[in-house]
Design a protein around this ligand. Structure first.
Ligand SMILES: [Zn+2]
Length: 159
């Protein structure tokens, strides 16, 4: 049976069980590598700037998505931002109830035209508002690995 044929009777479907020895390595790319290294080494966010379009990309990109210019103007952006939108999770990925709801937000970072999706912490769902000011809470330096999880969460500014 070719891949283009359709199975019209489910009892004709055959499944093979077993393991496939596949190894893969994914990278964050040139811009992502620099972005995560800065988080790991200095607990700071970097973006790339397109002067022609007046845009600062976070996460950084190597090319402007508007004018396609190569971007090599790296700028530090704030670890403080604004909750642009959020959602409250009550179930885990296996649809089991969470002991405490998880709050995920898109945080637009000051000094950029982008932002990050991450958890909100030190706040209950009924206290979260679109527009609230939040800051990144980074793990201690010796625990950071160059991952988005080097940010523990965002919390209300001044918490
Ligand atoms: Zn541009």
């Amino acid at each position: 049976m070719s891949i283009l044929e359709k199975i019209d009777k489910l009892d004709r479907a055959i499944a093979w069980r077993g393991d496939m020895p596949i190894t893969s390595r994914y990278t964050a790319g040139i811009a992502g590598e620099r972005f995560f290294r800065e988080i790991k080494d200095h607990a700071r966010f970097l973006g790339t700037r397109c002067e022609a379009c007046g845009l600062t990309y976070v996460p950084p990109t190597m090319f402007c998505e508007r004018c396609f210019a190569q971007l090599d103007d790296w700028v530090e952006v704030s670890s403080v931002g604004t909750v642009f939108t959020y959602t409250v999770l009550h179930l885990d990925l296996d649809e089991k109830p969470l002991a405490e709801p998880d709050i995920l937000a898109y945080v637009k970072l000051d000094g950029s035209d982008g932002g990050l999706v991450h958890r909100l912490g030190e706040v209950s769902p009924d206290q979260v508002e679109i527009g609230m000011r939040v800051e990144a809470v980074f793990k201690p330096e010796d625990e950071r690995e160059g991952s988005i999880l080097d940010i523990e969460y965002f919390r209300a500014v001044g918490s």
